[in-house]
Design a protein around this ligand. Structure first.
Ligand code: NAD
Length: 482
């Protein structure tokens, strides 16, 4: 059997990499190579850049309605192909198929649809100077932009970037993660089928250091929307800043969950477990530091553990599975060494703490039992560094001031969740949390119109709604003397 070769999408066609080089694509649940990924380089990038530049004048001149119509066509096709896309996403990432079906693929369609509608409602400002003059602001597309996405929510985050970029009239060169390229490849086929004009969207596969870096450095790339690790974000900024490219960076997190004694018990417990172990803890929004007010600590710990222990890793393609595999062998070892570090730092493992063998076809897969620590100081490395795996720590606190100190102590500032029935406290704490996204008595509820992004080392800029459309356009003020 010949293996599927994941091709680039350039100038409206599926193209093999110029070099003829491919890299292995591994199914994390089995540890086996199951397809090959184009290992693109500067030659492929030049081809994509030529196509994108050629497409730009016509694409940017289309009416917003016409661009929206094409994006809606893509959204409809994603929705119609939910099942094969969910299956592909599950195989490629190791995430449970039920999760891909309920979250990843519907959200990818929603992203396309949301920005298709949003661009038809996008308005710019006018500033009157009375009898003297009037100013109006034009918001014009930038040209060719880069969208670079990670492996944890592959199609979800890729579409989150390309939809506003395309809707606002830019042409795009996208670089999905080399660990999870499959749904981006399937999206290319969908775009061809939907009649997206040639060169408007180009997707180049391959590694970060090779094609990712070349894309970032290319002088004709006007803006970079990146989601991924903080270290990679810093490297991208180092290259892009001296060229004055616009940058949107969505980076790592180490999100706190604050559980006050007056919380709604059942809702808090169920959602806090989900927030810790969703997608095997591999979501930037996961709440991995769980602070619990002292009077309820013992009871919360015991109920939390019972639920965490019930999460049994299994074959991601099994409908009943709630915990899948970690994305790669490298990541598996990173998570296992973080667990080792937690023990060295004096942490007590209350649940999990080890690799799991799932019998049958998944015997070689990268599974880790959901892991819960206690007895770790808020400022130790385990509680400061992003693990991005199924590892949570429980920490008791005595007062609001203390939990705020704990919560804000990391270099990250992406998301935070507060559980309490005291409305005033919720508002007070929300104001003081250093996080770009705060949830009160809920988690992961997303309105695509809201600004999304992180403070501190969690990122620069905001995505979502009008923020994304502003990022992907250049504001030009026109002043007319009256
Ligand atoms: P990563 O930084 O390793 O890779 C992300 C993407 O960047 C990949 O496509 C990769 O190939 C590419 N890349 C790597 N080096 C590059 C370089 N030098 N130049 C250009 N591109 C390069 O991140 P990852 O491991 O794929 O994803 C996990 C990280 O993403 C975690 O830190 C997580 O918190 C973060 N994340 C953040 C958000 C958010 O919205 N803030 C969402 C999801 C994931």
């Amino acid at each position: 059997m010949t293996m599927e070769r994941i091709a680039n999408y350039i100038d409206g066609r599926l193209e093999a990499p110029r070099s003829g080089c491919y890299i292995d694509n591994i199914e994390p649940a089995t540890g086996q190579v199951y397809s090959l990924i184009a290992d693109s380089d500067a030659a492929d990038l030049e081809q994509a850049m030529t196509a994108a530049n050629r497409a730009f004048p016509e694409w940017s001149a289309l009416s917003a309605e016409e661009r929206a119509r094409l994006l809606l066509g893509i959204a409809d096709r994603i929705e119609a192909e939910t099942e094969p896309l969910a299956r592909a996403e599950s195989i490629d990432t190791g995430k449970p198929i039920s999760l891909a079906r309920q979250v990843d693929i519907p959200r990818a369609a929603a992203n396309m649809r949301f920005f298709a509608h949003a661009i038809t409602q996008f308005a710019s400002e006018a500033h009157s100077m009375g009898p003297l003059a009037i100013n109006y602001t034009l918001r014009q597309p930038l040209g060719v932009v880069a969208c670079i996405s990670p492996w944890n929510l592959p199609l979800y985050l890729l579409t989150w970037k390309i939809a506003p970029a395309l809707a606002s009239g830019n042409c795009v060169i996208a670089k999905p993660s080399e660990l999870t390229p499959m749904t981006a490849y399937l999206l290319a086929r969908i775009c061809i089928d939907a009649g997206l004009p040639r060169g408007v969207l180009n997707i180049l596969h391959g590694t970060g250091p090779r094609i990712g870096r070349a894309l970032v450095a290319h002088p004709k790339i006007k803006a970079i929307a990146f989601t991924g690790g903080t270290r990679t974000g810093a490297e991208i900024a180092r290259i892009a800043a001296p060229q004055f490219k616009k940058l949107s960076l969505e980076l790592g997190g180490k999100n706190p969950t604050l559980v006050f004694a007056d919380c709604d018990w059942d809702a808090t417990l169920a959602t806090t477990v989900r927030a810790a172990f969703f997608n095997q803890g591999q979501a930037c929004l996961c709440g991995s530091r769980i602070f619990v007010e002292r009077p309820i600590y013992e009871r919360f710990r015991s109920d939390f553990l019972a639920r965490a222990e019930a999460l049994e890793p299994g074959d991601p393609l099994d409908e009943k599975t709630q915990q899948g595999a970690l994305v790669s062998e490298l990541h598996l070892h990173k998570v296992l060494s973080a667990i080792e570090l937690g023990q060295q730092e004096g942490g007590t493992i209350l649940a999990g703490g080890h690799r799991v063998t799932v019998p049958g076809r998944c015997a070689e897969g990268y599974f880790v039992k959901p892991t819960v620590f206690e007895d770790l100081a808020f400022d130790c490395r385990t509680n400061q560094e992003e693990i991005f795996g199924p590892v949570a720590t429980l920490i008791p606190f005595e007062s609001e001031a203390q939990v705020l100190e704990y919560a804000n102590s990391t270099e990250y500032g992406l998301a935070a969740t507060v559980w309490s029935r005291d409305v005033q406290r919720c508002h007070r704490v929300a104001q003081q949390l250093e996080a770009g996204v705060v949830w009160i008595n809920t988690w992961m509820v997303r309105d695509l119109r809201t600004p999304f992004g992180g403070m501190k080392h969690s990122g620069v800029g905001r995505e979502g709604g009008v923020e994304a459309l502003r990022f992907f356009t250049e504001a030009k003020n026109v002043c007319i003397k009256l």
